[in-house]
Design a protein around this ligand. Structure first.
Ligand SMILES: O=P(O)(O)OC[C@H]1O[C@](O)(CO)[C@@H](O)[C@@H]1O
Length: 430
C-alpha cells in the first residue's frame, strides 16, 4: 500500500500541515510506535488487534466451516464490527453470495430472508458480547424462517461469540459449531479474525492471503511516519483535524471497497469520537460521488480531508468504438473503462488541490494481500491518532446510553435513560 500526503501539505492545502510540523510530529510518532510495540508484545487489550495477522488460525476457521462450504450463500447476522468487517472482506475479495442482517428494520429482514434460498444458505451469527439485542432478535427470526422453510437451521449455522453470554449458551444447547471472538480485540478491529473471515472462508475466499497482507502492514510500522504508510496517514489525519479538518471523507475509486468506507466509519468514529474530539467519517464512492458530494468537497468549507483510494491495477473493459458525435474521445477503440476511471480520479484529486482542499491518496493492490494490508494499516493509523489525542481508543462508552434507554422502553429493566425519552422536548410541525 502506498500513501501520498503531498496534497495535505500547507503549500497546497488550507488547512494544510507544513513539513516542519510533520518533522516535529514525527518525534511523537516514534514514542507512540514504541507504545504500540509494547502493547502488541504484551497482547494488551486493543493493541492485540495488530497481532491478529499472526494469531488468527485460518486452518481452524476452515475446519469449522468445512461442513458449510457446500452453501452458495452466507448470511451474516451481527451488527457494527460484528458484521462490517465480514462484509468488507468478502466484498473486497469479489465474493458473491454474502448477505447480511445488521439492522432490525423488519421490511429489510423480510426482504433478505425472502430473497435467500435458505436451504443453500449458511448462517454466521456473530456477537462478541453475545447479548446484542439486534443480533439475537434477528437470529431468532432467521432460525424460525429456516424451520418454516423445512431447513434444519442447526445444520447450517456457525456461531462466533465470546466465552459466555446467551449466544454461547445457545450454541452449546443446540450443539452448534462455535468459534471464539479473539480476546482483547474490540469488534471494529476484528476483521482479520473469525469475526471477519468466516463468510469469506465459506465462500472460498483467500483468507490466508488477507492475513499475509495484514502481516505486511504490521511489518511496515516503523519509528518514523516517513517510513510507515499507516503512520503517515494517521499523522496527517491528526494534524489536519487539529487545524480544522474535522471531517474525513473516504472515497474509494473501487466498487469492491464501498463497504470498506463504512467499516472505516465505525473504526474512526467509535475509536476517536471521545472528549469532544474525532473526525467525522463520511462514506463516499468514486467516480459516482463526483456527481454529488464533490461540489461540497471542492467549494464548501475548508473543514474536511478527502481520503482518495485508488487501485494499483484494474481489469480492462474496452469502450466500444462509436461514431456518436462528441464521444469519439471515449469510443476510439483504445480507451477502456479503467482509463476513464483513472482519469477521473486524477482530475478529482487535482480539482481538490486546485481549490486548496486537503486530500490524501491511498494506492492499494486489488488482491487478498492488498485487502489485509489496507485494513491493518487503517487500524494502526487509528491507534496512532488515538494515542496522539490521548483518548481511550478501544472503548465505546457513549453507545451504552441508548442501549439502556431502548431496553427500558421494551421492559428489559428499570433505566433512567428510558424516562428521558418520555420527557422529550416537543415542537411538532405537521
Ligand atoms: O459483537 P457485539 O458484542 O454484538 O457488539 C456489536 C457492536 O456493538 C458495539 O459494541 C457498540 O454497541 C460495537 O462496538 C460492536 O462492534
Amino acid at each position: 500500500m502506498q500513501v501520498d500526503i503531498g496534497n495535505a501539505l500547507s503549500d497546497v492545502a488550507r488547512p494544510g500541515v507544513s513539513e516542519g510540523a510533520l518533522e516535529r510530529l514525527d518525534e511523537r510518532v516514534a514514542r507512540v510506535h514504541e507504545r504500540i510495540e509494547r502493547g502488541m508484545a504484551d497482547d494488551e487489550f486493543g493493541y492485540a488487534a495488530l497481532n491478529l495477522p499472526e494469531t488468527t488460525d485460518a486452518t481452524e476457521i476452515r475446519e469449522a466451516v468445512e461442513p458449510l462450504t457446500d452453501a452458495d450463500h452466507v448470511l451474516t447476522v451481527g451488527i457494527g464490527g460484528s458484521a462490517l468487517g465480514a462484509v468488507t472482506v468478502s466484498r473486497a475479495l469479489g465474493l458473491d453470495g454474502h448477505a447480511v442482517l445488521d439492522n432490525v428494520d423488519p421490511a429489510e429482514t423480510r426482504r433478505v430472508l425472502d430473497a435467500l434460498p435458505l436451504a443453500d444458505t449458511a448462517v454466521h451469527v456473530v456477537s462478541k458480547s453475545g447479548t446484542t439485542a439486534e443480533t439475537l432478535a434477528n437470529f431468532l427470526v432467521v432460525r424460525e424462517a429456516m424451520t418454516e422453510a423445512g431447513v434444519d437451521w442447526t445444520e447450517r449455522t456457525v456461531v462466533t461469540t465470546g466465552a459466555d453470554g446467551p449466544l454461547r449458551a445457545a450454541a452449546e444447547t443446540e450443539g452448534l459449531p462455535a468459534l471464539d471472538v479473539p480476546e482483547g480485540v474490540p469488534g471494529r478491529f476484528a476483521a482479520l479474525s473469525t469475526v471477519g473471515l468466516v463468510p469469506a472462508a465459506i465462500l472460498g475466499g483467500d483468507v490466508e492471503g488477507v492475513l499475509v497482507g495484514g502481516r505486511a502492514a504490521r511489518e511496515s510500522l516503523a519509528l518514523s511516519l516517513f517510513d510507515s504508510p499507516a503512520y503517515a496517514y494517521g499523522a496527517v489525519c491528526y494534524a489536519l483535524e487539529n487545524r480544522g479538518a474535522t471531517t474525513n471523507a473516504v472515497m474509494p475509486y473501487l466498487e469492491s471497497l464501498e463497504p470498506f468506507a463504512e467499516w472505516f466509519a465505525q473504526l474512526w468514529a467509535e475509536s476517536l469520537g471521545k472528549d469532544g474530539l474525532g473526525q467525522t467519517p463520511v462514506r463516499a464512492l468514486g467516480a459516482t460521488d463526483q456527481h454529488s458530494q464533490l461540489q461540497l468537497y471542492r467549494a464548501g468549507r475548508h473543514d474536511k480531508l478527502v481520503t482518495l483510494v485508488q487501485s494499483s491495477e484494474r481489469p480492462d473493459v474496452p469502450i466500444p468504438e462509436t461514431d456518436v458525435a462528441g464521444l469519439a474521445y471515449l469510443g476510439d477503440g483504445e480507451t477502456t473503462l479503467g482509463d476513464l476511471v483513472d482519469a477521473e480520479f486524477a482530475a478529482t484529486e487535482a480539482s481538490l488541490a486546485a481549490a486548496g482542499q486537503p486530500n490524501v491518496r491511498l494506492t492499494v493492490d486489488p488482491t487478498p494481500e492488498g485487502v489485509g494490508e489496507l485494513l491493518v494499516a487503517m487500524e494502526a493509523a487509528c491507534i496512532l491518532v488515538g494515542e496522539l489525542h490521548g483518548v481511550e481508543t478501544f472503548t465505546q462508552p457513549a453507545v451504552e446510553w441508548g442501549k439502556r434507554a431502548a431496553r427500558g422502553l421494551l421492559g428489559g429493566g428499570e433505566f433512567e435513560e428510558a424516562d428521558a425519552v418520555a420527557e422529550k422536548r416537543r415542537l411538532v410541525v405537521e
